[in-house]
Design a binder for this molecule. Structure first.
Ligand SMILES: NC(=O)c1ccc[n+]([C@@H]2O[C@H](COP(=O)([O-])OP(=O)(O)OC[C@H]3O[C@@H](n4cnc5c(N)ncnc54)[C@H](O)[C@@H]3O)[C@@H](O)[C@H]2O)c1
Ligand SMILES: [Zn+2]
Length: 412
């Protein structure tokens, strides 16, 4: 089934400036609508938004306590701070950040939630609201998310709705949160019927990224975050993808300079897209490459079976396979995509025994937030590396053939 393209968003046609040369870890690329200031020893990427809501992303690996303290306190409006983390991160980092934010007239309280994607629920998020009310926190209070994407999304949502909105700060502690979820103001919780189905747009006051916290992050979590890094290269930044092809082993070995560069470059890409389309009226949807398939896999396999980034890597392999079936990309590009995920030790197929069936895919994908008027819309790759299209007009046979191909592996 083919007809006129409903909603075409070739990245090349968005008017963004694309980096013209191959980036190196030391290069600070001037991007349209994103200002990146190289102030040794840390980087600052700005997210430019209307109405004075623009905010900095601080990225570094050698912040002194004084720097951390002053950078964070600078973004607190009132006198009360509520730091929210989970029971896995709390023993490692909560005391440090509580101490660094306390003093100077600031009172800091804390909430420790249970760890895990299965706890990214409305009920768990309500514990933040309960505590804030018990403490008598007013509208000038600041919430601080100390953790990965799960904590960041829940704290952001609580901040969006507590007394109709309070300030919040993101201190991401996973690669996933540093390169993606802490930036851009998408907040929310899961619902039994679908992932991230309840939420709000609410931008933070700042994002503070100290990459040294990644020292304690398990390898599997680190790799999961890399799938979002790959995404930026595929949808809009071919030189970044090429840099990743040459440097993926360094990222896996946790090379400090390569890690910091990958985070900075990812934040620049995310900031630029968010500045252009904060509420996802268009180009921002392209950040969901592989996610419609991926969310179905995460949900259909049971939350906790796959990490988010693992669902996304399989989902991106599916999007690439489908794009190739439609003749939108060459098989050589599909191969490069499979190769980079394999280099990153990320999955590109469903394992034997996976509960995913064709029916599960179809049912769960129809619940996707990008469905408009009953029409499924997908992000597909089209043309040369670095270009994609967000469209509701795709070949449904290619979609079904892709699902069938991936599902077949589970019983092969
Ligand atoms: N809002 C957005 O734009 C956006 C974008 C991408 C992903 N997400 C969401 O992010 C979530 C996934 O985030 P995630 O991958 O960070 O998962 P996560 O928050 O569950 O963190 C992964 C695990 O690592 C632990 N952990 C975190 N930091 C650690 C550290 N420094 N040392 C040791 N352990 C640490 C956590 O406690 C958890 O067990 C998903 O719910 C996804 O929907 C949101
Ligand atoms: Zn994602």
């Amino acid at each position: 089934m083919k007809s006129a393209i409903l909603f075409s968003l070739l990245a090349a046609a968005t008017g963004f400036t694309r980096p013209s040369s191959h980036p190196t870890p030391t290069r600070s690329t001037p991007l349209n609508m994103v200002s990146t200031t190289k102030t040794t020893p840390h980087d600052i990427v700005r997210v430019d938004l209307a109405d004075g809501r623009d905010y900095p992303i601080y990225i570094g690996s050698s912040f002194t306590d004084e720097e951390t303290s002053s950078m964070l306190r600078r973004h607190v409006g009132g006198k009360r701070v509520l730091i929210i983390t989970n029971d896995r991160i709390a023993p490692m980092y909560l005391e440090k950040y509580t101490n660094l934010m306390s003093g100077d007239g600031l009172r800091v309280d804390t909430v420790v939630l249970p760890d895990g994607e299965e706890n990214k629920t409305f009920e768990c998020m309500s514990m933040i609201l309960d505590k804030a009310l018990e403490l008598g926190l007013d509208r000038k209070s600041t919430f601080v998310a100390l953790g990965g994407g799960v904590i960041g999304d829940m704290v952001g949502f609580a901040s969006a709705i507590y007394q109709r909105g309070v300030n919040f700060i993101q201190i991401p502690t996973t690669v996933m949160a540093m390169v993606d979820s802490s930036v851009g103001g998408k907040t929310g919780v899961n619902h039994p019927l679908g992932k991230n189905m309840i939420g709000a747009f609410h931008q933070p006051q700042c994002v503070f990224i100290d990459t040294t916290v990644l020292d304690t992050l398990p390898d599997r979590e680190l790799k999961s975050g890399l799938s979002e890094v790959v995404k930026y290269g595929l949808i809009r930044d071919a030189p970044f993808f090429e840099w990743q092809e040459a440097n993926m082993d360094k990222l896996l070995q946790r090379d400090a300079e390569a890690t910091r560069y990958a985070i900075k470059r990812s934040c620049e890409n995310k900031a630029e897209v968010v500045a252009a389309d904060e509420k996802e009226a268009g180009v921002r949807a392209t950040l969901n490459l592989g996610h419609t398939f991926g969310h179905a896999i995460e949900n259909g396999s049971g939350y906790g079976t796959w990490l988010h980034g693992e669902g996304v890597s399989i989902g991106t392999a599916m999007a690439a396979t489908m794009s190739e079936k439609m003749g939108w990309i060459d098989s050589s590009l599909t191969k490069r995509i499979y190769d980079i995920f394999e280099k990153a030790d990320l999955p590109v197929k469903l394992p034997k025994g996976s509960p995913m069936t064709s029916q599960t895919f179809n049912k769960l994908m129809s619940l996707d937030k990008k469905v408009a008027d009953g029409q499924l819309r997908l992000i597909l790759l089209r043309g040369d590396l670095g270009n994609c299209e967000f469209t509701g007009d795709f070949d449904v046979d290619a979609l079904q053939a892709t699902i069938d191909e991936f599902v077949k592996e589970t019983s092969a």
